[in-house]
Design a protein around this ligand. Structure first.
Ligand code: IPE
Ligand code: IPE
Ligand code: MG
Length: 223
């Protein structure tokens, strides 16, 4: 099972609590551990989390800077959680646009968890946009001239190479759109939308969505 989550609604959550937007991001970052650990315990194999999109650079500089700072703190603080919970960490997206320090932290967490863990794989989307991922993928394929262009070779050149397609996609925060997340990989995903803002989302709500997921009839175009 591959579950993808668009963690939206941090800013509105902060507004509801009469706090600045960054307060919502801080609270939202805390929620990641709870949901990841629940998924690990529920036997979900892949969890993709949309943390920062290629479009999010349009936000005010101070907010972008805060998000980057939060990411750095998160990667350091959570290393122990990954190791203790047997979670493999992987990033997708073009991290070359992040600071060198962040890139090193990401690479080091990937290397260590890939060597020491074999439970759930948590995929964190950082400076990720599906259109940008496809553009980079086509550049790779153009370079490998002997390679045939088919669905398999495209899938293998994506950031999610080796990871099965998304089965279930959840978006919190009430918007009913994909905002450039995993477009190729979610071609046949079951979609779930909730009004709940990301910092208020709970393992309990996710559990009931998963129960509904198993009730759905996935036909994949067949009968
Ligand atoms: C999602 O929350 C987090 C990121 C995009 C980084 P938002 O910041 O988009 O929160 P809202 O949608 O403005 O409430
Ligand atoms: C999507 O949320 C991106 C992330 C959750 C990281 P946005 O808040 O950026 O999406 P839009 O702008 O409402 O489409
Ligand atoms: Mg939003």
């Amino acid at each position: 099972m591959h579950l993808a989550l668009i963690m939206d609604g941090n800013g509105r959550w902060a507004k509801q609590h009469l706090k600045p937007r960054i307060f919502g991001h801080k609270e939202g970052a805390k929620k990641i551990r709870e949901i990841t650990e629940f998924c690990a315990k529920s036997g979900i194999k892949y969890l993709s989390l949309y943390a920062f999109s290629t479009e999010n650079w349009k936000r005010p500089k101070a907010e972008v800077e805060y998000l980057m700072k939060l990411l750095g703190e998160y990667l350091v603080k959570e290393r122990q959680t990954y190791l203790e919970s047997n979670i493999v960490f992987k990033s997708i997206g073009d991290i070359s646009k992040l600071s060198l320090e962040l890139q090193q932290e990401i690479k080091s967490l990937e290397t260590q968890t890939q060597a020491e863990c074999n439970g759930l794989t948590q995929i964190l989307a950082l400076n990720y946009g599906a259109k940008d991922e496809l553009r980079r993928t086509f550049m790779i394929l153009r370079q490998k001239q002997e390679c045939e262009i088919n669905e398999e070779s495209i899938a293998q050149a994506l950031d999610t190479s080796g990871i099965p397609d998304v089965d279930m996609l959840v978006r919190t925060g009430g918007e009913m759109r994909l905002s450039n997340f995993l477009l190729w990989q979610s071609a046949y995903a079951e979609l779930f939308f909730t009004q709940t803002l990301w910092p208020s989302f709970s393992a309990q709500e996710l559990e009931s969505m998963i129960a509904e997921f198993y009730q759905r009839n996935r036909r994949f175009g067949g009968l």
